[in-house]
Design a protein around this ligand. Structure first.
Ligand code: CAA
Length: 402
C-alpha cells in the first residue's frame, strides 16, 4: 500500500519531530493534539527544526514555507477520512492509546494503518482493543526523530505481514533504517539502552564518580553523548516509566536507580523543564547533590567507577536479546548504531564484544557480579560461546565470523 497522507497524534517533541520527518519526505501530515495551544507548540517545533536547516544554508526560506505548507494542525477528526497511516505519539498509557485507536478506526479509511510510537507498551495489547489488529503495529522513532536513523518495526501478535511490509517501505521512504524487532518489553533498543543508562545513574548515586566524570568517560569511549545527558534529553519522567515496564518484565536486573525516582519527584524531568541530572535554567529546582546525599544517608554503599561497569550491562542484554530471538546479531548492532549513535568504529555492542574478546567480557561480567550484584549475571549464551571456543575476533568466530 502506498502512503499518500499521514496523521500524527500528539504534538510533543516526538510527535512534532515525526511530523517534520514526514513532511521532509514530501508527504502531507496532520499534527493533532488535544488543545490548540499544544498544536501550535508542535507546529512551532516543526518550524524550528526547518529554521535550523535554513540557518545552516541547507535549505532556503521558500523551501521552508513549502515544507510547512504540508503540515496542518488539528484538534479534532477533520481531514482524517483520507489518511493512510496514523502514528500516535501520545503519553505512555495503554488505555489512552487503546481508546485513541478505537475512536480513530471509526473516522479513518478501511485500509488505514495504526502505528504506535510507544517506547515500551505491548503492541498486541494496544491492538486488542481495535477492530483490526492486523493493521496495528509499532513504529518506534528515536529522539531526536529528525536525526536518529532508526525505526523499530514491531509487529503485535495479530499484525499482518502486509502491514509490516508497508511500514518497512514507508520508513525507507522517510530515509530511515527500519529494523524488525520481536515484541518484548522495551523492544530492542530501550531494552539494551536502559541497563546502560541505569548503571550510570546507580554509579552516580553510589558516589562512584560525578555526573560529569561519568558522562566524560562514556564520551571518551565514543558514545555521542554521556548517559546522564541522554537521560535528560529523553526525559526523566519518560525514563522512569520505561524503567518500570522493564523491571516488570525482566525483574531485579532491571530495577530502576533510586536517583531517577528522586529526580522525578523533585520535578527535575530533564532538558524539557530546565533541570534533571544537570541544570539548564537560571531558576533552580533543588539540587542533585542533596538527592545523592539523601540516598547515601539511607544506606547506598560507596562503589568504584569504571566505563566497563556502564557498557557491560548493554552488551549482556544484547546477548540475552539475541538468545531470545528478539533480532539477529547484525540487526542488533545496526539498531544500536542507528538508534543511539553507538560508535561506528566499534560496530555495535556485539561487534564490540567480539573485539574485546568474549572470554574477557565474561570474566568482566563475573567480576562485576561479585562486586556489585546479580544484575551483571552473564547471559547463558555468552558462557556457552566461551566454553565452545567462540571468543570473538581472536579465535575467528564469535557473534560474527572473521
Ligand atoms: N532536532 C532536530 N535536529 C537536531 C536536533 C534536534 N533535537 N539535535 C541535533 N540536530 C541536528 C543538528 O541540527 C545537526 O544537523 P546537521 O548535521 O544537518 O548540521 C545534527 O543533528 C548533529 O547535531 P549537532 O552537531 O548539534 O550535535 P551532535 O553531533 O552532538 O549530535 C545528537 C546530537 C544527534 C543528539 C547525538 O548526540 C546523538 O546521537 N545522541 C544520542 C541520542 C540517542 O541515543 N537517542 C536515543 C534515545 S532513546 C529514545 O529516543 C527511545 C525512547 O523511546 C525513549
Amino acid at each position: 500500500m502506498y502512503i499518500y497522507k499521514a496523521a500524527v497524534i500528539g504534538a510533543g517533541t516526538m510527535g512534532a519531530g515525526i511530523a517534520q520527518v514526514i513532511t521532509y519526505s514530501g508527504l502531507p501530515v496532520i499534527l493533532r493534539d488535544v488543545t490548540q495551544e499544544a498544536v501550535d507548540k508542535g507546529l512551532a517545533t516543526v518550524r524550528k527544526i526547518y529554521q535550523g536547516r535554513v540557518d545552516k544554508g541547507k535549505m532556503t526560506a521558500t523551501e521552508l514555507e513549502q515544507k510547512m505548507a504540508l503540515v496542518s494542525g488539528a484538534t479534532d477528526d477533520t481531514g482524517f477520512s483520507d489518511v493512510d497511516i496514523v502514528i500516535e505519539a501520545i503519553y505512555e498509557d495503554l488505555e489512552a492509546k487503546q481508546k485513541l485507536f478505537q475512536t480513530l478506526e471509526k473516522v479513518c479509511p478501511e485500509g488505514c494503518i495504526f502505528a504506535s510510537n510507544t517506547s515500551s507498551l505491548p503492541i498486541s495489547a494496544i491492538a486488542s482493543a481495535t477492530q483490526k489488529p492486523e493493521k496495528v503495529i509499532g513504529m518506534h522513532f528515536f529522539n531526536p526523530a529528525p536525526v536518529m536513523k532508526l525505526v523499530e518495526v514491531v509487529p503485535g501478535l495479530g499484525t499482518s505481514e502486509e502491514t509490516i511490509d508497508d511500514i518497512v517501505l514507508f520508513s525507507e521512504s522517510l530515509r530511515k533504517i527500519p529494523i524488525r524487532v520481536q515484541e518484548c518489553a522495551g523492544f530492542l533498543v530501550n531494552r539494551l539502552l536502559m541497563p546502560y543508562l541505569n548503571e550510570a545513574a546507580i554509579a552516580l548515586q553510589e558516589g562512584a564518580a560525578s555526573a560529569k566524570e561519568i558522562d566524560a568517560a562514556l564520551v571518551k569511549l565514543g558514545m555521542p553523548m554521556g548517559p546522564l545527558t541522554l537521560f535528560d534529553m529523553v526525559g526523566i519522567d519518560v525514563s522512569v516509566k520505561v524503567a518500570d515496564i522493564l523491571h516488570d518484565a525482566y525483574g531485579t536486573r532491571a530495577t530502576a536507580a533510586r536517583i531517577l525516582r528522586e529526580l522525578d519527584q523533585a520535578d527535575r524531568h530533564g532538558l524539557k523543564n530546565g533541570a534533571g541530572f544537570y541544570d539548564y535554567a537560571d531558576e533552580k529546582k533543588g539540587d542533585l547533590e542533596s538527592l545523592i546525599q539523601k540516598i547515601q544517608a539511607e544506606g547506598a554503599k560507596k562503589t568504584e567507577f569504571s566505563s566497563n561497569r556502564i557498557i557491560m550491562p548493554m552488551i549482556n542484554e544484547a546477548v540475552i536479546s539475541l538468545q531470545e530471538g528478539v533480532a539477529s546479531a547484525k540487526d542488533i548492532d545496526i539498531a544500536m548504531m542507528a538508534g543511539t549513535g553507538f560508535p561506528q568504529d566499534k560496530g555495535g555492542p556485539l561487534h564490540y564484544a567480539d573485539q574485546i574478546g568474549l572470554d574477557v567480557v565474561l570474566s568482566e561480567l563475573e567480576s562485576l557480579c561479585e562486586k556489585l550484584g546479580d544484575r551483571f549475571w552473564p547471559a547463558p549464551m555468552l558462557k556457552r560461546m566461551v566454553q565452545g571456543g567462540y571468543l570473538g575476533k581472536k579465535s575467528g568466530k564469535g557473534f560474527f565470523q572473521y
